[in-house]
Design a protein around this ligand. Structure first.
Ligand SMILES: NC(=O)c1ccc[n+]([C@@H]2O[C@H](COP(=O)([O-])OP(=O)(O)OC[C@H]3O[C@@H](n4cnc5c(N)ncnc54)[C@H](OP(=O)(O)O)[C@@H]3O)[C@@H](O)[C@H]2O)c1
Length: 283
């Protein structure tokens, strides 16, 4: 890790902030990117005061002019980037027909376009130098298209497919590609998902700590792997979707239309009221 230049997007809070602190603690030179420059200045100041190296560049990754300025600044100040942690991302919770196109578009532009854009800008140099690492923060939602997160889950599924392809393309080039698939993590993400008419995500405030996720992400920098699930047992989720997707089909609308976070599930919801009544009648 020592002296490796690590670019982290979405570094002003949550997982990105924790990755910056952890990577800097292990000797990396961290470059932080997000829109809230006051937060970036505060966090990078704290990292420097505790003996680490951190720089920051304010940019809105959904704005092409900002991205171009960011890339110019990166070249001017740092030259080569060793590791890109593409973490900036946002969500929105609720029925997709209640979502405005502006919200959907900015989600797609941040979660998909910004990741593809930065990777395309930095990969050529990494491949030419035969070293580098692209780490993308996906989500377990990419394998579990649950109710209320149609656009978000689809953006994370895109990242999953994208990372798998790029991983296969970059084999034997010296460049590593890793996808991180966390479950729920306690960060301001849940509040951000309520903006623009989004609903409260069930079980908000419960989940892993950002520090725990950050330790796993920074661990990847020393031991790259194609994909990790956090916690590890979430690797069963694609199997759950395949085998029990029909249960989720039935639970989905119930969970989404309830105001309370924990759905109160009655067996009639699962079996279908008429079938269950017939069954009782037969008995
Ligand atoms: N929290 C969870 O349960 C969870 C679970 C699985 C995956 N994830 C993924 O983890 C990643 C980080 O999320 P988090 O939980 O740490 O949430 P967070 O605390 O809300 O962090 C999101 C980060 O993205 C930045 N960002 C948002 N819009 C941006 C834009 N237009 N341009 C540049 N930066 C932007 C934010 O900074 P500014 O507002 O300062 O720009 C912030 O630093 C996301 O990709 C998310 O999908 C989260």
């Amino acid at each position: 890790m020592r002296d490796r230049i690590v670019l982290v997007t979405g570094a002003s809070s949550g997982i990105g902030e924790a990755v910056c602190r952890e990577a800097a603690r292990r000797g990396a030179r961290v470059v932080m990117v997000a829109r809230r420059t006051a937060e970036l200045a505060r966090i990078s100041g704290e990292i420097r005061r505790s003996g680490g190296t951190a720089d920051w560049i304010g940019a809105d990754l959904t704005d092409e002019d900002d991205v171009r300025r960011l890339l110019d600044e990166l070249h001017r100040r740092h030259g080569h980037i060793d590791i890109l942690v593409s973490n900036a991302g946002s969500g929105w919770y609720g029925p997709v027909w209640e979502m405005s196109w502006d919200s959907a578009q900015s989600l797609i532009e941040l979660n998909i376009v910004a990741t593809a854009r930065l990777a395309l800008a930095l990969l050529p140099e990494m491949v030419a130098a035969r070293r580098g690492h692209l780490i993308v923060i996906g989500s377990i939602a990419g394998s579990l298209p649950a109710q209320g997160i149609a656009i978000y889950a689809a953006t994370k599924a895109f990242l999953e497919s994208y990372c798998r392809s790029v991983y296969r393309e970059t084999r034997r080039t010296g460049v590593a590609v890793s996808l991180v698939k966390p479950g729920a993590v306690v960060t301001p993400f849940f509040d951000a998902a309520r903006r623009d008419g989004g609903r409260r995500i069930p079980f908000s405030g419960r989940g892993l700590s950002a520090q725990h996720v950050a330790r796993r992400v920074v661990g990847l920098m020393g031991w790259p792997r194609r994909q990790i699930y956090i916690p590890f047992y979430l690797r069963l989720v694609p199997l759950v979707e395949m085998l029990f997707g029909w249960v989720l089909d039935r639970l989905g609308p119930i969970a989404l239309h309830r105001k309370k976070s924990v759905p109160d599930i009655h067996p009639t919801h699962l079996l279908g009221r008429r079938r269950l009544m017939t069954h009782y009648h037969d008995i």
